[in-house]
Design a protein around this ligand. Structure first.
Ligand SMILES: Cc1cc2nc3c(=O)[nH]c(=O)nc-3n(C[C@H](O)[C@H](O)[C@H](O)COP(=O)(O)OP(=O)(O)OC[C@H]3O[C@@H](n4cnc5c(N)ncnc54)[C@H](O)[C@@H]3O)c2cc1C
Length: 349
């Protein structure tokens, strides 16, 4: 039977599969991307926020500048290639929630990992029309908003134009192995890379990875007061302005039930926290839920299978897909080229 040859098959076209395909094409490789029309893509739900310091414990993200510079370059390059805006630089106002948090902040604010992102310490009453901040706040930058959903949709269209995307559900038992090649339906490939998001936890070749997918919910709001342009407000939950009177607000974390249904509890959890640190009124325009591809230790997993070197995985982007996907996609693409051309092993530190 006639077979089509290709260097790489990529399963899944979220931000991971999209950027990997893009980078491999830049290296001159041939790729086919298989996706089931984004039925469960976290990248289409994500807020796409990049924040250098997050969480209750205010821990700066390791190697943030390194990831950020790569993200900035990649998204800018895609903006110019696809003629659409994806990357928006912002700052974050982190509102201090309590005396205990103020003490915590005072203890850490002079550490060098923290000060590089700390632009200003703000006294209470920074913006009395908008923000309730009795314990004060501080301003962080750089930060950004990446429109991951638009980027993934546009890259899908780009792949379609070049006949490089197949819309169907990939089944594991359709894959056959021969020495140094992979056979799937009418295709023969040198390697297959799984970028399936949280559904990677069902992948029979990577079952031993510590998947711990987490559901998240997000709201789109219309506000009666003009928002601060280019400024994310964060106080346990966050609010990200999209325009003068529209913003995203989120998000929640839950593990049971793990589904894509927006819930009343999720909505109320976000709204109650927003009410505690804002003074304006808002109307809910949209409410979505998705499942983050998170790992037990929060580390991404980008590796080759031990016994089947033609198979690799790009997963575990967790809560930081917008920040870290560009760097890992480029490094993985470069490793994959070395693998098919010089039989080298994939090694990503
Ligand atoms: C509510 C919420 C808010 C978030 N906010 C942020 C944020 O502010 N900043 C941030 O950086 N990250 C955020 N994230 C996390 C972000 O969404 C992820 O890090 C990122 O999108 C993961 O991308 P991915 O490509 O690995 O997976 P996905 O985007 O899930 O893509 C996987 C793709 O593979 C397809 N697929 C899977 N299996 C198959 C198969 N067998 N056959 C065919 N196709 C298949 C799926 O349909 C999907 O299209 C958020 C997530 C959620 C849910």
């Amino acid at each position: 039977m006639f077979k089509n040859n290709v260097d790489f098959l990529i399963i899944g076209q979220g931000i991971a599969g999209s950027l990997l395909a893009w980078q491999l094409l830049q290296f001159g490789a041939s790729v086919i991307v298989i996706d089931d029309n984004h039925t469960e893509a976290a990248s289409l739900v994500a807020a796409g926020m990049i924040n250098p310091i997050s969480g209750k414990r205010m821990v700066p993200i390791k190697k943030f500048n390194h990831f950020y510079n790569e993200a900035c370059n990649t998204y800018r390059q895609l903006e110019s290639e696809l003629c659409a805006p994806y990357f928006n630089e912002m700052s974050v106002i982190r509102i201090i929630q309590s005396n205990a948090e103020a003490r915590y902040f005072n203890k850490y604010k002079n550490c060098s990992e923290f000060t590089q992102f700390l632009k200003k310490v703000n006294q209470p009453g920074l913006n009395p029309k908008l923000i309730n901040d009795p314990f004060g706040s501080f301003t962080l930058s750089p930060a950004a908003y990446v429109n991951t959903s638009r980027l993934v949709i546009d890259l899908g269209k780009y792949l379609d134009k070049k006949n490089l995307r197949l819309t169907c559900r990939f089944q594991y038992d359709e894959l056959k192995f021969e020495s140094h090649k992979i056979i799937w339906k009418d295709w023969v490939a040198k390697s297959i890379i799984f970028c399936e998001g949280y559904r990677g936890c069902n992948n029979p070749w990577f079952k031993s990875l510590p998947f711990k997918p987490a559901k998240g919910e997000l709201l789109t709001l219309e506000t009666d007061t003009a928002l601060l342009h280019g400024t994310i407000l964060n106080c346990g939950k966050w609010l990200l302005p999209l325009s003068k009177h529209h913003c995203l607000a989120g998000s929640t974390f839950s593990w049971n039930p793990l589904n894509h249904q927006p819930s009343e509890e999720g909505k109320n959890e976000i709204l109650n926290t927003l009410h505690s640190f804002t003074y304006f009124n808002f109307k809910v325009l949209n409410h979505v839920a998705g499942i983050r591809p998170t790992m037990e230790n929060s580390h991404p997993r980008i590796e080759q299978h031990r016994n089947f070197p033609t198979i690799a995985i790009f997963n575990g982007l967790g809560t930081k897909g917008a920040l870290i996907a560009p760097y890992y996609a480029r490094v993985l693409a470069s490793n994959l080229m070395q693998m098919i051309n010089f039989n080298k092993k994939i090694y990503i530190s």
